[in-house]
Design a protein. Structure first.
Length: 250
């Protein structure tokens, strides 16, 4: 029963570590493919983006909610790509005015005379370019569009992906379990090596006794004494060392 439970535990741990490795590789790939405002985190031409606000909340087929994970198609050729009013696209903008570019996925609502677009979240009352709005983005041109959204999403998974991409999330969910796993594997290797050494020593002892010029009864007695000695050494090694006794004053 104990051996069965150990095997199940090993399988569970191995499956878990493979899953963590896959997630870590995906996150690393996404981090490497993003280059500030010039790129968006992507895997095999798909850009998984965690939704941070309810600006696109609505009843349209391609609307989405805060916390969703939307799957966008990365724009490979920005020069020849064509867009129309109503397309939902991803572009980079400084949302918090902190100097860092964030990814915004909004709808192209109106094309201007110079060929650029006014963008707007379906749940927002004003265009992103409206001066009356608290957040003002510049008009969007073809070269600004990083990806296009066609309605593929996973509800509720965006927050998890966003957290995993933070330093704390990556450490707690990915790096720390990996460290624990490698320590666990190191302990397993040491224990297996000790068990192998003990088994090898026992086998050598049995062969030596079997080849000795002894009667069958003497061989069985020698084997029993050897096993008893091994068990005694194991028991003594498992016991904590005795504290020295205080000497009595004369």
């Amino acid at each position: 029963m104990k051996q069965t439970l150990n095997k199940i535990l090993h399988v569970v741990v191995d499956v878990l570590i493979v899953f963590i490795l896959i997630i870590s590789v995906l996150i690393l790939t996404m981090a490497l493919t993003a280059r500030g405002g010039d790129g968006v985190p992507s895997v095999f031409g798909k850009a998984p983006i965690g939704v941070l606000t309810d600006s696109m909340k609505g009843d349209k087929p391609d609307d989405f909610n805060k916390g969703d994970l939307i799957i966008c198609d990365v724009v490979e050729d920005k020069v020849s790509a064509e867009y129309k009013e109503g397309d939902v696209v991803t572009f980079a903008a400084d949302i918090d005015s902190d100097g860092n570019q964030d990814y915004v996925t909004h709808r192209l609502y109106k094309k201007t005379e110079d060929g650029t677009f006014l963008t707007k979240g379906d749940n927002n009352e004003t265009y992103d370019q409206d001066p009356k709005n608290k957040i003002v983005f510049p008009n969007i041109s073809n070269s600004d569009i990083l990806a296009v959204y066609h309605g593929q999403k996973i509800s509720g998974l965006g927050g998890v992906i966003n957290y995993l991409q933070t330093p704390n999330g990556f450490f707690l969910v990915i790096l720390l379990p990996m460290i624990i796993f490698f320590l666990y594997q190191a302990v397993r290797v040491v224990l297996n090596a000790m068990a192998y050494s003990k088994e090898k020593g026992e086998l050598a002892a049995r062969e030596a006794i079997a080849n000795a010029d002894l009667t069958e009864e003497q061989k069985q007695k020698a084997i029993a004494e050897y096993l008893a000695a091994q068990q005694g050494e194991q028991a003594s090694s498992d016991q904590p060392p005795e504290e020295p006794k205080e000497s009595e004053d004369a």
